[in-house]
Design a protein around this ligand. Structure first.
Ligand SMILES: [Zn+2]
Length: 343
């Protein structure tokens, strides 16, 4: 076991200390500091350093609550390693309760690793990355669906990288969507920099969803068990895991007609080939378009705003193999299947 070490950003948090800090990453028009809230829990025992980040998109709140819980939950006496919680990365977006950094609509999650001499987003990204991501060994970045949609709880990770796959599986979600993320995203940049990173997608923007938050807090605990940060805790097994690779059966079903959308599936988000997923009708109910499942699978994302124009995404369907299907059917039968479409 390694010796405990101080955590260095541009100050130092010694082993055995929890520090809640505000770190300046930019300035407002008024010249006031824009500060991100960060918690560092440096354990009394040596071990890896993990970062957790939330609200890189300012209106994605479930992860903010996960980090509040995680930051409060661990005592340095029982931690083997260091936890770095970046509670709110995109502070200007968070204050405005919107996804992007206001005014120029810059996406902080396309701005990593950032650059000191560049635009606002890249400067902010650079501060966050250099101070709080680079010193870490692995990380988890929390997101939700974009507004007016919702997503099933799942992990996104490049599982072709074995270190990333280990992390993704340790988080113990049922579903892992495998693939590279966009260039400039925290996940891509950190992973390519030797800091395996996964994204957790959970539910809706602008909400706290307690069931999902509880699961994510347990997922974090499971990751900490896997990496020996909490060596006495068990690594969780979610009952079934389905890894969908980038060539796997998955598709966004889109509207071909405009109108009012009514979801027809449920109460669980499992649909069989040919099932009606939703209908789109006009205001006079003279025209009805049925949208059917092109293959058997799980609906992992769906629109929330129930009006559509042609081309509008309606829902994200991923295929399941026979073994997974049988396990899901068994869980539904036994009343153990907890995924809901969250309409
Ligand atoms: Zn996001």
């Amino acid at each position: 076991m390694s010796d405990p070490k101080p955590f260095r950003y541009d100050a130092e948090v010694p082993p055995g200390e929890t520090r809640h800090l505000r770190y300046e990453i930019s300035e407002t028009y008024l010249g006031d500091p824009v500060e991100i809230p960060v918690t560092v829990v440096n354990g009394e025992h040596g071990g890896p350093t993990a970062f957790l980040s939330a609200a890189i998109h300012g209106d994605e709140l479930n992860g903010v609550k996960v980090l509040q819980e995680v930051a409060d939950r661990y005592d340095p006496a029982n931690v083997h390693g260091t936890l770095v919680c970046v509670h709110v990365a995109n502070v200007p977006g968070y204050l405005a309760q919107q996804r992007y950094i206001p005014i120029y609509d810059l996406d902080l999650n396309r701005s990593f690793p950032g650059r000191a001499g560049s635009n606002t987003a890249e400067r902010m990204a650079n501060q966050i990355y250099e101070r709080f991501v680079k010193p870490c060994d692995f990380g988890i970045d929390f997101h939700t669906s974009t507004r007016n949609r919702t997503t099933m709880y799942h992990v996104r990770a490049d599982t072709t990288n074995p270190d990333v796959e280990r992390l993704a599986r340790a988080f113990a979600s049922n579903l892992i969507l495998s693939g590279e993320a966009d260039p400039g995203s925290l996940r891509t940049v950190a992973t390519n920099d030797g800091i395996p990173t996964i994204t957790v997608e959970m539910g809706r923007a602008h909400r706290f969803q307690p069931e999902l938050i509880d699961r994510a807090v347990e997922g974090v605990e499971s990751v900490f068990a896997e990496y020996g940060i909490r060596p006495d805790e068990p690594v969780r097994w979610p009952g079934w895991t389905r890894v969908i690779d980038s060539n796997g059966d998955k598709t966004w079903l889109r509207a071909d007609t405009g109108g009012l959308v009514e979801m027809q599936y449920g109460p669980v988000p499992l649909v069989y080939e040919g099932d009606t997923i939703c209908t789109i009708t006009d205001h006079f109910k003279e025209r009805e378009k049925r949208v059917a499942a092109p293959f058997t699978g799980l609906i992992i994302g769906t629109l929330q705003n129930p009006v559509a124009a042609p081309g509008h995404p309606l829902c994200h369907l991923v295929g399941v193999d026979d073994a997974t299907l049988r396990e899901i059917e068994r869980e539904i039968e036994a009343g153990e299947f907890t995924e809901r479409p969250w309409m």
